[in-house]
Ligand binder design. Structure first.
Ligand SMILES: Nc1ncnc2c1ncn2[C@@H]1O[C@H](COP(=O)(O)OP(=O)(O)OP(=O)(O)O)[C@@H](O)[C@H]1O
Ligand SMILES: [Mg+2]
Length: 307
């Protein structure tokens, strides 16, 4: 199936006084259909600018792209009609209730079957029982879920959420994560920007890491971790009954072994290639409690690609 987002060499520059800020600086991006895609980057990386370009809210200086097959410059109205968008720091009328606020949005976008959709969306995000609560009386987590509800009104195939978990407590973030996972299971593609990995990281299937206007790495999480392993090397952690010098010598003599680190109850072996069978053979006769390849975490990936 065609990708839901594809952009090529996209640039957006801002002139502030004499300085030119390259907010988006030659970005290529490919978001496949049916994934949870995380656009991850520190503050000021250019995430919101990139999202505004995708939604056709601002125009690029150069480059091109399509969202759901529509051109981000010439057909942005079609994009805004179809994509469920939750802007960063979304706000609602403070004195209106959750239901009244959603109805106001439904009116604005000219939704048919308004009552039904408003109810469905409030139920989906778990706010139906709080529909009479005024916006100003809601917790941050509830406010963010109302933001998601408004993005869901037109039952979009693609959701673009800019920092949806900003300011939420861990419990609220977990609920938001579960909600996104449910939407993904229903077949929607969800594109989320964030600078906080622990909140949304565990559910992402694909990521792009953005820093200073550029994307340093993108793709499926497992592929990226594999790539990191092959560039940084493969580290095995071996828990063993007796850590002896002769084991270090045996392991060090294997061609692919670059370093052997001895610790009181375990050995770390850094290798240039996958070497589990060679290591196992060298350890025959030893009492091994555990043997595993250390896989990089999302934090390791983030650290490696935001330098
Ligand atoms: N309208 C504007 N005029 C001038 N500079 C801008 C404008 N919008 C964004 N910038 C600058 O572009 C850069 C990228 O900003 P952007 O808001 O896209 O980053 P971000 O990754 O969304 O950050 P955050 O995590 O803080 O939301 C920043 O240096 C910002 O100051
Ligand atoms: Mg932003």
């Amino acid at each position: 199936m065609a990708p839901v987002i594809e952009i090529r060499n996209l640039c957006k520059y801002y002139r502030v006084g004499k300085e030119v800020i390259k907010a988006v600086d030659g970005v290529d991006l490919l978001v496949p259909n049916g994934c949870i895609f995380g656009l991850i980057g520190p503050n000021g990386a250019g995430k919101s600018t990139l999202i505004h370009l995708l939604m056709g809210i601002i125009l690029p200086n150069s480059g091109s792209g399509e969202v759901l097959g529509y051109d981000i410059v010439k057909e942005s109205i079609e994009i805004r009609k179809r994509v469920g968008f939750m802007p960063e720091g979304i706000g609602f009328y403070t004195d209106l209730t959750a239901e009244q606020n959603l109805r106001a949005v439904a009116d604005l976008i000219g939704l048919e079957d308004k009552d039904k959709r408003v109810e469905e969306c409030l139920r989906t995000v778990g706010l139906w029982n709080f529909k009479k609560l005024k916006y100003k009386e809601m917790s941050t987590g509830m406010k963010q879920r109302l933001g998601l509800a408004q993005a869901l009104l037109k039952d979009p195939q693609l959701l673009i959420l800019d920092e949806p978990t900003a300011g939420i407590d861990p419990q609220g973030a977990r609920e938001f994560r579960d909600l996104v996972k449910e939407l993904y299971k229903e077949g929607k593609t969800i594109f989320i920007s964030t600078h906080l990995l622990y909140e949304i990281g565990p559910i992402l299937t694909h990521i792009a890491i953005m820093n200073k206007g550029r994307i340093t790495v993108q793709g499926g999480i497992d592929d990226i971790k594999e790539k990191l392993l092959s560039t940084q090397g493969y580290t095995y952690e071996i828990e063993i009954r007796e850590v002896k010098q002769e084991i270090k010598e045996k392991l060090s003599s294997i061609d692919t072994v670059k370093e052997v680190i001895m610790e009181p109850s375990k050995i770390l072996v850094r290798c240039s290639e996958p070497s589990s069978s060679e290591l196992m053979s060298a350890l025959i006769g030893e009492e091994i409690y555990s043997f595993r390849l250390l896989r990089p975490s999302l934090e390791d990936v983030f650290r490696a690609y935001t330098r």
